[in-house]
Design a protein around this ligand. Structure first.
Ligand SMILES: C[S@@+](CC[C@H](N)C(=O)[O-])C[C@H]1O[C@@H](n2cnc3c(N)ncnc32)[C@H](O)[C@@H]1O
Length: 220
């Protein structure tokens, strides 16, 4: 197996190595928040922002779909491969800015504020919320929205879940998924000053299917 030297390299292989990579851009007719096509909300989940930041954007397909509705969108991801491909696919969209950076560094150093910051199975799924959320809040305009989605955690193991990115026989590489319960997400958002918090589980499309954690919370 190939060994990834870093999380950035690991994420560079997300999607291409699943045998689904093509030279063509993926369809961007709507934003999908769940793992099931055409299931759950679309862009309306974000309200009507004038500006938005997508954190951990990978393909940047959600950011591009939003930018096409005249929202000024910035997408950030620390994977060179993902951002190179996003530039190839979406580089000519005037309302979309593509930034290769660690979201934590980017949020800590930028002076920009956005009406909306969102993570579509992105950085909020893979970052300690006690580190991420204090960086997100000051970068929102007053009343601005933080929105996210990720997979529903499987009871009873709520909290950070570590995967060996290179398997058990390769170089050590920790990939952490923050599989928080709705109550844990709600408490973290409240702890870091967010208001009007709504975190819930959107059921899968059929009885017994894996659901999606979706969350929205606002800056004061
Ligand atoms: C599951 S993918 C996101 C999928 C995306 N919504 C899409 O449709 O293509 C997670 C992404 O988060 C990015 N990511 C994780 N932690 C990050 C961080 N600290 N800074 C920047 N990007 C990060 C990874 O590089 C990866 O591309």
């Amino acid at each position: 197996m190939s060994a990834y030297p870093s999380p950035q390299a690991y994420w560079g292989a997300f999607w291409p190595t699943a045998g689904e990579d093509t030279a063509a851009a993926p369809p961007a007719e709507r934003i999908h928040w769940t793992q099931y096509p055409h299931h759950g909300p679309g862009a309306e989940f974000l309200g009507r922002p004038r500006t938005a930041l997508e954190i951990g954007a990978a393909t940047c397909v959600a950011g591009f779909a939003l930018a096409r509705t005249s929202v000024k969108v910035t997408c950030v991801d620390f994977s060179s491969h993902q951002m190179e491909r996003a530039r190839r696919w979406w580089g000519s969209e005037p309302d979309l800015t593509l930034v290769e950076a660690d979201v934590l560094d980017y949020l800590a150093t930028t002076t920009t504020r956005w009406d909306c910051i969102f993570s579509n199975w992105g950085a909020a799924f893979f970052t300690d919320p006690d580190v991420l959320l204090p960086l997100v809040l000051p970068r929102l305009t007053p009343g601005g929205l933080f929105a996210f989605s990720s997979v529903e955690p499987l009871a009873p193991c709520y909290g950070p879940q570590i995967t060996y990115g290179n398997g058990y026989r390769g170089p050590r590489l920790a990939i952490v998924r923050w599989m928080l319960s709705n109550e844990q997400w709600t408490a973290a958002l409240a702890r870091h000053g967010f208001r009007r918090i709504d975190v819930h589980t959107l059921p899968g499309p059929e009885e017994g299917f894996v659901g999606t954690t979706t969350g929205r919370a606002y800056a004061p």
